[in-house]
Structure formats: C-alpha cells, structure tokens
Design a binder for this molecule. Structure first.
Ligand SMILES: C[S@@+](CC[C@H](N)C(=O)[O-])C[C@H]1O[C@@H](n2cnc3c(N)ncnc32)[C@H](O)[C@@H]1O
Length: 273
C-alpha cells in the first residue's frame, strides 16, 4: 500500500503529533513565512499539527491542506477552526496524484510525510508539477539515526531500530532526513538549502524533557511495541527495557539529542521547469 503509515491513525498518535508540533514549533517554523496573497500547498497535513503554525505565521497566505486520510482531515479542520484561523481550506488527495492543475501554487510544504512513502521521489516530482516556476518547496523530516542520549543504552537503540526496521518494511525510511538534499536534487529542484535543526535536551529545559523526550520521541518508539513484537524483531520484555531506558534519559542527569532536517528548494523558472 503506497500510504502505509507505521504510526497508525489512532487517538494517541494524534495527541503525539500535536505534542510534537507544539514542542518543535519554534525550531521548525520560525523561518517559514509566506507573503500575503501567496498560495501554499501543505501535503500530508495529517491532523493539522503543522497547519495551525503555518496558517498562524502567514495569516495573509492561502493555505490548501491535503491528506489522504479523510478522518485526519476532519480533525485538522476542527483544530484550525478552534484556533480561529480562516486562511486554510482542506481537500482530500494523494500526494502522488494531486487534484490540482500544473503550476497551481506558489509554495509547497511537506513535513514528516516523505519518510512514510515508498517513492518519495515521485511525491516530490508531483509537488513540483503543481508549483509554479520559481515556486518554493519546504520539506522537513527527522532522522532516527541522529538520536543519541545519556545514559546510553543498547536496549534503547535496539527499540529505535525496531521502528526503523518496521518503517523500512512498510516502504518508508526513518533515516530520510540525511537524504533530503539528494531527493530534492533528483526531483529537479534548484537552489536547495538544507538546515539541520538539533534538539538538545537536558534538565535545564523541562518543557523539552516532557514535550520532546517523553511525549514525542519515546511515545513514538513505544507506539510500535505491538507490531515490533508481532514481527518477531524483538520481545515484549526487551522492547519494554528499551522504552524504559529512553525514559531514563528524561530523568535528572539524562540528556537527549535529535536532529531534524529542513530543506528548501525552488522549481526552475527556465524551460526545464
Ligand atoms: C506523520 S503524519 C504527519 C502529519 C503532519 N504533516 C504533521 O507533521 O503532523 C503523515 C501523514 O501523511 C499522510 N499521507 C501518507 N501517505 C499519503 C499520500 N499518499 N498522500 C497524502 N497524504 C499521505 C498520512 O495520512 C499522515 O496524515
């Protein structure tokens, strides 16, 4: 299935995506502002976790948020309305076959979606199709290979490895952050700039200890316990030990590092656009 999604669509995952977006908003969104009157496509908006930040930060831009999941779109619509934002419209659509004419948008934004796709190159090519020449793309992804922490733990690294393996088996790539530059280049974008955004957490940042270590990263790993055990790549005990070790990095004396990658690029204005 092209849109196999390793984290699922249930309630805890929706809460995790909200926690993640709130915690990371400054780090990931501070330098994304779209001019008044511009049209922006957010592909794979999910439950609207990034949509709220996008729309609030660029109140004059018209944002079209698309997702393949009708249920997620419903939640996103409610969230955006609750935030009092009126510059977003929602549409169900597949990032591999977007329901828009060529050159429909000034900007495209995609966050935590490419990592789940079997063919991220094809999705980027489709996003390029609906961008006008000279239009920009912004892609944000994590890279689970960038997670390191204290106290270090082989069990924790193995639990993270289960997530990477499951995502790979579903056709995705949990290590995609490091590939954003070549992916955009292969899709024919120009002027790419990739900016690594490191989250470093220790006890002096209690909001990140809770919002990032516990509620975002550890919650994400813990979320694949059942499929990892079912796939036979771990045991319930070993996986639980890994998650417990991740939680220990949130205790006093623990530290945690993770790097997101934010890439921007442009659709060429010339003949080969
Ligand atoms: C991890 S969620 C990220 C949601 C949101 N961008 C965020 O950062 O919170 C990935 C989203 O991609 C959507 N998705 C997966 N495959 C898709 C496809 N082929 N077309 C459109 N959306 C897709 C899923 O439904 C899911 O909502």
């Amino acid at each position: 299935m092209r849109h196999a999604y390793v984290h699922g669509y249930d309630g805890p995952e929706s809460v995790r995506l909200q926690d993640q977006a709130r915690t990371l908003e400054e780090l990931l969104h501070a330098d994304t502002r779209y001019p008044p009157g511009s049209s922006v496509l957010e592909a794979g908006c999910g439950v609207g976790a990034q949509t709220v930040a996008l729309a609030a930060n660029s109140p004059g831009a018209r944002i079209t948020a698309v997702d393949i999941s009708f249920a997620s779109l419903g939640q996103a619509r409610s969230r955006v309305a609750a935030a009092g934002l009126v510059n977003v419209c929602f549409q169900q659509g597949d990032v591999f076959a977007l329901p828009f004419a060529d050159a429909s948008f000034d900007h495209a934004f995609v966050c935590f979606v490419l990592e789940h796709l079997r063919q991220p190159e094809a999705a980027l090519a489709e996003l390029k199709r609906v961008l006008r020449p000279g239009g920009s793309i912004t892609a944000i992804e994590g890279d689970h290979g960038s997670a390191y922490f204290h106290p270090d733990s082989e069990a924790a690294r193995a639990a993270i490895g289960c997530l990477v393996d499951l995502q790979r088996a579903a056709g995705g790539d949990a290590l995609i952050g490091r590939r954003l530059y070549p992916l955009l280049a292969d899709a024919g974008f120009e002027g790419m700039l990739v900016s690594p955004r490191m989250v470093y957490v220790d006890a002096s940042k209690p909001e990140l200890v809770d919002g990032f270590i516990r509620k975002t990263f550890s919650a994400m790993v813990a979320g694949v316990r059942a499929p990892a055990v079912a796939a036979g790549i771990t045991t319930a005990e070993r996986f639980a030990a890994g998650v417990a070790a991740l939680h220990r990095t949130a205790a006093p004396g623990g530290t945690f590092c993770y790097t997101f990658f934010k890439a921007t690029g442009f659709k060429a204005t010339g003949r080969n656009a």
